[in-house]
Ligand binder design. Structure first.
Ligand code: 3H9
Length: 712
């Protein structure tokens, strides 16, 4: 029987709603199924349905026990995140879980796919849990800036102890079904159909006369001071700046000190506090845009082309990284290098990369060997790409070299194959125009190391066919990457914006800030690295080459960091030469500040007639971010990025922007666009060449609007 017949009226819409929770009795067991696609999230109707089902179970003479199931591929993906930030609606999830736990008849949860957050909390409300092979169980709430709020921090340590609970909750991690059973988070492991496995377990319990077994009634776990201290130490260093991870440890500690009801009240207090933080808003924004970024109206109904065989041209760090990413995801890869020696070197890099995956437990040794012998080959002749579905060139960044490669690809590749370039700034439109099939050409800008970094900028010239764009997005998904659509310009979305805030940093250094102070201030904001540490890591020769490339078209009012050129000429190319902005000593972590660099900067100041002034860290952060947002507004206006969320995702996944700030455009909205525009106008009074407010920013302010309004 389905609840639909008795479904309550939905108060908002004044019409009967189809109920996502069904109740039927099979052989003495009430089967309660949650069917709320796509992830059976615990929205209000589901919560109400579960409460009604529990009432019904209590009075149902036909049912001696109950089984809770999730329809589809997973049990429950958690509370309904889209309800967060809105006024709460009864019944609250903690009450629902309590109702399940209070059932006078035993309740079993059968978990397939995933039981996450509130989903696991529902399962912890049940008295017995069967986990299906392949399922993952976890409490990922801290990744959203909150803590488990339906008893997870109180019941988990009661069931598996404080140390094990602390391995899971502040990490926001998941455990596979096998481990869940080992830990005692689930009672048994099963294979096959969750309904059958759950029914069998429930019948067994009824036959054995097993009663209910409420986790909340289990004794308080021991106060494990060592584990609590260790967790606090770890999480004050890792994910620096995030408050929810540390708060979740406090909630677990409460379980050791209080009876369940008081512990749940304390959990609720901390949960509500976290709900009100801007970090929660930022992290949830990040969650939704990471999914929305794949939704492009232009691709509605457009089928991607089939890709199983990949060609990679160039086996340097980037090419080898791309090949590794593809091999790890089951694609067949042919790598083209100019001669045997270069091919061997590339193969060795790929083998090392795969070995790293084995060490991290992402791959087993046997699969690695099989990949290398069956799915990977090198060749010197482009003819080896005749059957490839898609080829990505990752050769030297020079237009003529790229065009030569594309001429070869045009010659050998089959009709319908996709021809991609991994260039990070060259004109993809020009590359496309150089072949006989421009509609098959696209930019796939991976970030280094390509088998690790999540971001893929899909660079789309006007000539590209829609199904080629769809193919790029499908490939990104297959490779586990987050793809962002970008238009063609120097640097596309990310590097173009980077060059602006990088230039803002140089201007501050010329005006009086030290590069070390800039790095410190930027890190205090939450970035993983400052621009000068970053420069040292990437190599100062790269920045030098970019300045040389741009010299011919540079506006004379632009400021060139002559001290950076001087560092380059001194052979101080950064970490790889032991010296750059910092001095790197063997065996020491990080670099040491160097007075010689400050002297070079002083010389540049003297040449420009600048009297150095002091900067506060806050001013450094404001200018850095203002330059970023202002250029991002131009990038949006020009259509290089279609939506502000595309900029946010680019910076979250390619540039280490602090996730809890949601992304730079989200940060700008939260900060307030009028204040930001006011800053830029102030800066323009001293330097109206660099600090021109972007027209889009001005328009949004005049319309009292924000970037979010452009996300669609
Ligand atoms: C919580 O539980 C708090 C409680 O402790 C206390 C409360 C009082 N809600 O990822 P996918 C959407 S906090 C609403 O592509 P997959 C998602 O936006 C929650 N919507 O699928 C997407 O929509 P669209 C703790 C959700 O198969 C669609 O579903 N739980 C939710 O690759 C498909 O998502 C979590 O943090 C949700 N909870 O992966 C788990 N989840 O199609 C968050 C997903 O319109 N979720 N959507 O773009 C996940 O990790 C993955 O979605 C999951 C499925 C592994 C479940």
């Amino acid at each position: 029987m389905n609840y639909a017949a008795e479904a309550p009226l939905d108060e908002r819409e004044e019409r009967p709603v189809t109920h996502p929770v069904s109740y039927e009795v099979e052989d003495g067991i009430a089967v309660i199924t949650i069917d709320n696609p796509p992830v059976n999230a615990l929205g209000r109707a589901v919560r109400q349905g579960l409460c009604d089902a529990m009432d019904r179970l209590a009075d149902d003479p036909q049912a001696q026990a109950a089984l809770i199931l999730g329809a589809g591929k997973l049990f429950i993906g958690g509370a309904d995140i889209s309800e967060f930030g809105k006024p709460p609606k009864d019944p609250w999830l903690p009450e629902v879980v309590q109702r399940i736990e209070d059932s006078p008849k035993p309740v079993v949860a059968a978990i397939q796919g995933a039981a996450l957050g509130g989903g696991l909390e529902v399962a912890l409300g049940a008295h017995y849990r069967v986990a299906m092979k392949g399922a993952k169980l976890g409490l990922p709430e801290v990744n959203l800036g909150i803590i488990p709020g339906a008893g997870g921090t109180q019941r988990t340590p009661r069931l598996i102890g404080v140390a094990a609970a602390l391995d899971i909750i502040p990490a926001g991690g998941t455990v596979p079904a096998e481990q869940a059973v080992e830990l005692g988070l689930a009672d048994r492991l099963a294979e096959g159909d969750p309904r059958e496995a759950g029914l069998a377990y429930a019948r067994e319990l009824v036959t054995a006369g097993a009663g209910t077994r409420p986790v909340g009634q289990m004794p308080c776990p021991d106060h494990d001071t060592v584990a609590l201290e260790a967790a606090r130490k770890t999480w004050s260093k890792k994910n620096r700046g995030e408050v929810a991870r540390l708060a979740s440890i406090d909630a677990v500690e409460a379980a050791t000190r209080m009876p369940i009801a008081a512990g749940i009240t304390e959990e609720r207090r901390i949960f509500s506090e976290m709900m009100d933080t801007p970090q929660r808003a930022g992290l949830i924004h990040a969650f939704f845009i990471e999914r929305k970024v794949f939704q492009l109206p232009e691709l509605d109904g457009v089928a991607p082309r089939e890709v199983s065989q990949l060609g990679v041209i160039g086996g340097g760090t980037m090419g080898a990284g791309i090949a590794t990413a593809a091999l790890l995801r089951g694609l067949d890869v042919t790598l083209i290098e100019r001669d045997d020696a270069a091919a061997e070197k590339a193969a060795a890099t790929i083998s090392r990369n795969l070995e790293g995956a084995v060490k991290r437990g992402k791959l087993d040794g046997g699969t690695r060997d099989a990949i290398l012998s069956d799915a990977f080959r090198t060749a010197a002749d482009y003819g080896a790409l005749a059957r490839a579905d898609l080829a990505i060139e990752a050769v030297f960044e020079d237009m003529d070299v790229k065009k030569q490669v594309f001429a070869e690809l045009d010659r050998v590749m089959k009709p319908g194959a996709v021809l991609a370039t991994n260039t990070s700034y060259l004109d993809v439109t020009e590359i496309a125009a150089s072949v006989s099939r421009p509609s098959d050409v696209i930019g796939l800008h991976f970030f280094s190391p390509a088998h690790v970094m999540k971001l893929l900028e899909v660079v789309v010239p006007e000539s590209t066919a829609p199904d080629v764009i769809a193919t790029a997005f499908a490939l990104a998904k297959r490779l586990g990457k987050t793809a962002v659509r970008a238009g063609v310009c120097d640097g596309f979305i990310g590097n173009r914006i980077l060059s602006k805030y990088r230039a803002a940093a140089d201007r501050m250094v010329l005006a009086g800030a030290s590069p070390y102070q800039v790095d410190r201030a930027v890190k205090a904001f939450g970035w993983p690295m400052g621009p000068y540490e970053m420069g040292d890591l990437a190599g100062l020769d790269i920045g030098y080459a970019t300045r040389q490339r741009r010299a011919a078209t540079r506006d004379p009012r632009d400021i060139v960091p002559t001290w950076a050129d001087a560092l380059y000429h001194l052979g101080r190319h950064g970490q790889k030469t032991g010296r750059g902005y910092y001095i790197y000593e063997e065996g020491k972590r990080g670099g040491a500040e160097d007075p010689e660099v400050l002297e070079l900067i002083d010389k540049a100041r003297a040449e420009h007639g600048v009297t150095p002034r002091d900067f506060t860290d806050e001013e450094i952060q404001r200018r850095y971010m203002a330059a970023l947002v202002n250029e991002a507004a131009r990038v949006l206006e020009e259509g290089i990025a279609r939506r502000p969320l595309d900029v946010d995702v680019t910076f979250l996944h390619g540039y280490g922007f602090p996730r809890w700030r949601g992304g730079p455009m989200f940060w700008a909205d939260e900060t307030g666009l009028p204040a930001l525009l006011g800053d830029i106008e102030d800066y323009a009074r001293e330097d109206d060449f660099f600090w021109q407010p972007a027209p889009l920013l001005k328009r949004l302010v005049s319309e009292n609007s924000n970037f979010a309004s452009l996300n669609g």
